[in-house]
Each structure stands twice: as C-alpha cells, then as structure tokens.
Design a protein. Structure first.
Length: 259
C-alpha cells in the first residue's frame, strides 16, 4: 500500500491513469476510485477551540455552499476550500456566515442541512463552478433521486475506520439508491427528507470526514446535487449510507441563497 501512495504522490493527478485494476481500489472513501476534479466540491474544516474536524459541501451558486448542519453547528468557526482534487492545493475562500436549518436536531439528524455563504462570489471556471440544484419541473420532482438511480459521492474521508486522517486526494464512491425498506432497516429517518445509497458491485462507501459531501445524480443526463452525506455507516462496506434529500429542501435552500 505504501508503494501505491508513493506512486500516486509522484504521478500526481496523472497517476490515476497509470493504476492497474488492483491498485485502483484505495481505501479512501472506502474502496473508492480517484476522483477527477469535482469543480463543485468544497472541503470544509470546522473548529472548536483547538479541536477541529472536516467534511464536504457542494457549491450551488457563486456564493453559496450546501452542506450538512452537523458540519457547521454548533462550531465556533469554519474554513472553506475550493478547487481541484488534491487537498493540499485547494484555495481557501473567506466565509461570510453560515446557517443551519432551524429545525436541525443533532440527535435524530432530522433537517440535516445548512448553507454557507462566502464573502466574495467565485468567478466560475473549469476548475470551480456550481453544481445544479435538483430540477423543479412539473410535476415537482420533490422525491428525486429515485430508487436504483446512480449517484457518485466524492470526499476526503478517512482512509480506514482505524485511521481517522483526511485523505490527500479526493476519492469517489459510486452508489445506487436503495429501496426505502432497506434504508429504514439501517437508519431511523424520514424517507421524505433522506435516502440511502449503496455500492453492491465494488463495495465503496463513505467514511469519517465525508459528512456533508455531495452526492451527484443525473436527471435527463444533466448532473444535479441529489444529496449530501448525512450518516456514514462507520465506514462499513456491506451496508448503505444515508443522505439528506436535496429536492425536499429546495424551497429552504432557495430562500437561503437568494439573500
Ligand atoms: C447571513 O447573511 C445573510 C445575508 O446578509 C443574512 O440574511 C443572514 O441572516 C445571515 N445569517 C446569519 C446566521 O447570520
């Protein structure tokens, strides 16, 4: 494994192409594959005194990032980084303020959603630009994503359940939306507000440090923000992870970003 890491470091971003099948499965975002640049991905660090933690978020307009409420509340301050798929080279963007959903419940994780606003709007580029929110066509797609739909989840989550370090490179998990029955067999949640995804083929999954990270679906081939990581199953690969359903919270998100 050490060899692979050194190889990745030397080859940098191009290293991804050089990997063999076996090397492709690195234990970041458990069993994930190296992620291409995810221009909407926000790396968020939160602080309380000398302690800190980290998670992800999704840039949804030039000034606004959607993330999990547990990433921002009740921490003293947060820092946001954007651009690229190598944590060491992401650029910090100054935070204006952040708002967790007023009904967020830390224990049940109900209403687990928050919006972070930047001081300066980003100038959209190939490297950094927003991801679309779920489409609001007629009939309202308030239950997107649908069962069996495919999502990709990017994150700098921990390497293994034992090693709680942020990964240097962004990793990606491919998952499919599970049935509501399978989801509620693992988590106590309201399926209007949340859904589950799981990778039955290659057993990739999210891990520590992936909370708030974006899950991207496609609607008529257009990528959109389907969910954000709400509960990782302690890095387990044989069970689903739970996501906040962005379509359900669209009115609240829009009320927050149009300010
Ligand atoms: C953040 O800033 C917006 C825009 O000025 C404001 O409407 C909102 O109340 C602020 N939120 C917090 C939590 O301070």
């Amino acid at each position: 494994m050490k060899k692979i890491l050194i190889l990745l470091t030397i080859c940098g971003i191009l290293g991804v192409q050089a990997q063999t099948d076996e090397q492709e499965f690195a234990p970041y975002v458990i069993n994930g594959v190296r992620s291409p640049v995810a221009p909407y991905f926000a790396y968020i660090r939160f602080y309380q005194g000398n302690n800190f933690g980290w998670g992800g978020g999704a840039l949804v307009d030039p000034r606004s990032i959607v993330t999990s409420a547990s990433i921002v509340a009740p921490w003293e301050r947060i820092r946001v980084y954007l651009g690229g798929n190598n944590r060491d080279f992401m650029r910090e963007h100054e935070v204006f303020n952040f708002t967790a959903h007023p009904n967020f419940d830390r224990f049940s994780r109900a209403f687990d959603i928050a919006v972070v606003r930047l001081v300066n709007p980003i100038i959209p580029s190939a490297e950094i630009h927003p991801i679309a929110l779920p489409p609001l066509y007629n009939p309202p797609n308030s239950d997107l994503p649908f069962e069996h739909e495919e999502i990709t989840v990017d994150g700098y989550g921990a390497t293994t359940a034992q090693n709680q370090q942020a990964a240097t490179f962004l990793y990606r998990s491919h998952q499919r939306i599970t049935s509501q029955e399978r989801c509620t067999a693992f988590f106590v949640l309201d399926t209007e507000q949340a859904f589950c995804g799981e990778d039955l083929d290659e057993r990739s999954n999210v891990c520590f440090g992936d909370l708030g990270s974006p899950a991207i679906g496609t609607y008529r081939r257009n990528p959109y923000l389907a969910g954000i990581v709400r509960i990782h199953p302690n890095c387990g690969v044989n069970q689903p992870a739970a996501y906040t359903r962005i379509s359900f919270f669209l009115p609240w998100i829009q009320s927050q970003i149009l300010i």
